[in-house]
Design a protein around this ligand. Structure first.
Ligand code: FE2
Length: 236
């Protein structure tokens, strides 16, 4: 089906009545129904982030913050009447240039109020959904912190975590933002280490679930990982 036909169909309410057609946005994915890439041998490729998007209920503040304070050019705005889903409000969807082809985008749903569940929280669950932008050097990262503070923003201290050094701040909606630089390249051994860590964690989680429990701590994972490393060394 050509793209335009998809949009035409989306305009009609009837297409939203079918649970089958809305499954891509209403159902959790059941991985037991999926096939691994190795089955068809097709290697899909990505070229990085095009955009991330979130809703905003603060139009003026959002544009002021991203365009005028951070200095990210406003490069595209889609304005549309509500379409598709019954009751869908008219909206603005606007994009700021975040460099290297990436944008950060917002939806402003006209006439809506912010639901309670979209209120910002001081919690790690909430902060886990964030946007991180990259810069190349320590000098650039320092310039971001100093400049944003000079413009009145509260910015975290420099935080080094493994291969990254970051600063953190929030936007007018409370959305967490990060500017980060790589401290070193990711090597082949990092991928091998990642595979072992994740394999150990999945094994521990499987065992915990089978016993009707939860995974309790990272030390248990590390002990399992150590056994996997020992087995690997034994194979060499
Ligand atoms: Fe991050």
């Amino acid at each position: 089906m050509p793209h335009d036909a998809l949009h035409e169909e989306a305009r009609s309410d009837s297409s939203y009545m079918s649970e089958d057609k809305r499954g891509y946005r209403t159902r959790e994915v059941d991985i037991s129904m999926l096939k691994p890439a190795s089955d068809d041998g097709v290697q899909l490729r990505l070229k990085g982030v095009d955009h991330s998007a979130r809703p905003t209920w603060k139009l003026r503040e959002t544009v002021t913050f991203y365009r005028d304070v951070l200095g990210l050019p406003l490069i595209h705005t889609i304005s549309a009447r509500g379409w598709g889903h019954p009751g869908h409000p008219d909206f603005l969807h606007f994009f700021f240039d975040a460099g290297n082809g990436a944008t950060i985008a917002f939806f402003y749903y006209i006439g809506t109020d912010r639901p309670e569940k979209y209120m910002p929280e001081d919690s790690y669950f909430y902060s886990a959904s964030h946007t991180a932008w990259s810069v190349d050097t320590a000098e650039e990262l320092a310039q971001w912190k100093e400049t944003l503070e000079g413009r009145g923003l509260t910015v975290s201290k420099f935080t080094k975590h493994e291969g990254l050094e970051s600063i953190y701040f929030r936007d007018p909606n409370g959305y967490p933002l990060e500017v980060t630089r790589r401290l070193r390249d990711v090597e082949v051994i990092d991928a091998e280490d990642a595979a072992l860590t994740i394999q150990a964690a999945i094994e521990i989680e499987d065992a915990a679930f089978a016993a009707g429990e939860k995974m309790r701590d990272i030390d248990t994972v590390w002990r399992r990982k150590a056994k996997l490393v020992e087995a690997r060394v034994g194979d060499l």
